[in-house]
Design a protein around this ligand. Structure first.
Ligand code: 5GP
Ligand code: MG
Ligand code: MG
Length: 203
């Protein structure tokens, strides 16, 4: 979508080339995902937010699950956990990953039904690494939802249980996804402009 058709903050107008998924469409999709997740859940869920990029999807997903309780009386008890995952490389390519999870924190997941909430699956390396780590403490079940999955030749074949949108192989920002910590405060999921990336890579 053209930038002219949606509200983009002035401070990002020059840095974004197009809107890939407008905020309203994201919110609508999350309603549907919340319903699917609740319909397939048995017993209490430990919802794990993968920080930082997953925080907005996590917040809106938890909200929608709570709204469902009021609408259908469907009730799934949620507890909320946060895992920090950081790439070694701070640019648009995926590199090594560092998962901040102490053994004590990991023990919290033993015997629980986990729902991992991630922003985007690119190569799949991060998620496979996280799942390997979680498997060590033997949760009762582990499901993964990612708002986005990239259609890319770099994929290791990993596909999450619940996917919001499959997107083309471009670097996207907004809705808590960043580029060097920029764009997290943008509501829509957008494609970064070439000029913005070039300026950063030179710096
Ligand atoms: P993977 O390990 O699947 O290759 O990459 C996963 C992580 O890389 C994501 O959780 C995200 O932090 C980052 N990433 C991959 N593609 C993109 C993208 O298009 N935009 C942003 N902002 N981050 C991305
Ligand atoms: Mg992520
Ligand atoms: Mg990032």
């Amino acid at each position: 979508y053209s930038l002219d058709h949606f509200v983009v903050p002035d401070h990002y107008e020059e840095d974004v080339s197009s809107i890939l998924i407008p905020h309203g469409v994201i919110m609508d999709r999350i309603k549907k995902l919340a319903r699917m997740i609740v319909d397939n859940s048995q017993g209490p869920l430990v919802v794990c937010c993968v920080l930082k990029g997953g925080h907005q999807y996590f917040a809106d997903l938890v909200d929608e699950i709570k709204k469902l309780r009021r609408i259908n009386g469907t009730s799934v008890q949620l507890s909320l956990e946060f895992i920090r995952v950081k790439s070694y490389m701070n640019d648009t390519s995926s590199g090594g990953v560092k998962i901040s999870l102490t053994d004590a924190e990991l023990q919290e997941f033993k015997g629980k039904n986990l729902l991992i909430v991630e922003d985007i699956i690119d190569t799949g390396a991060t998620m496979v690494k996280l799942l390997d780590r979680l498997a060590l403490v033997e949760p009762k079940s582990v499901r993964v939802t990612s708002l986005l999955i990239k259609k890319t030749y770099r994929s290791n074949g990993y596909i999450p249980d619940y996917v919001g949108f499959a997107i083309p192989d471009a670097f996207v920002v907004g809705y808590a996804l960043d580029y060097n910590e920029y764009f997290r405060d943008l509501d829509h999921i957008c494609v970064i402009s070439v000029s913005f990336k070039i300026i950063w890579d030179v710096i």
